[in-house]
Design a protein around this ligand. Structure first.
Ligand code: S3P
Length: 167
């Protein structure tokens, strides 16, 4: 069985749902942001601030390539990972890609005041909506399945399990 890759906007629940799903399935959980932070010894915000977004994206590509060949599990990919076709190819070659979607108001509430999300630190909710619009086609193209991520963590995790036929 391959990986279950969770993609979607900041605040869609990739990390919380991913961790719970991995627990339920008894499989490893990977979070590409956490891998980048561990390997670089800096927070995502620090990487953006000191090295810029392009440097962050390079590290993200390396993290995704590394996870793609790791033992099968559940992966929370950073929200912007789908912008790079190499990342999408690596995801598709190593498992199924599940898009978590949630209403704009829910995303905004979940990321409210997030100091660790540099893309939003200046633009807030308005920025979140603009980013979502710009990325919508990338998310849809990458996804093997789309799951409604409005709702509790447990409910969303049930839906991902059903979508992947792993329950
Ligand atoms: C980003 C999302 C973040 C993180 C970085 C950039 C994005 O991850 O990778 O701040 O471009 O949407 P989450 O989606 O886990 O918040």
């Amino acid at each position: 069985m391959g990986h279950i890759w969770l993609i979607g906007m900041m605040g869609s629940g990739k990390s919380t749902v991913g961790r719970l799903l991995a627990d339920r399935l008894g499989r490893p959980f990977y979070d590409t942001d956490a891998i980048i932070e561990r390997s670089s010894g800096s927070s995502i915000a620090e990487i953006f601030e000191h090295s810029g977004e392009a440097a962050f994206r390079e590290r993200e590509r390396a993290a995704i390539a590394e996870v793609a060949v790791a033992p099968s599990g559940v992966v929370a990919a950073g929200g912007g990972a789908v912008l790079d076709v190499l990342n999408v190819d690596a995801m598709k070659a190593s498992g199924s890609v599940v898009l978590l979607t949630a209403d704009a108001g829910i995303l905004a509430a979940r990321v409210a005041g997030a100091a660790d999300r540099p893309l939003l630190s200046e633009s807030g909710d308005r920025g979140l909506r603009a980013i979502e619009r710009a990325r919508a086609a990338f998310y849809r193209a990458a996804a093997d399945a789309v799951v409604d991520a409005n709702g509790s963590i447990g409910t969303v995790t049930d839906r991902v399990e059903a979508a992947c036929n792993v329950s």
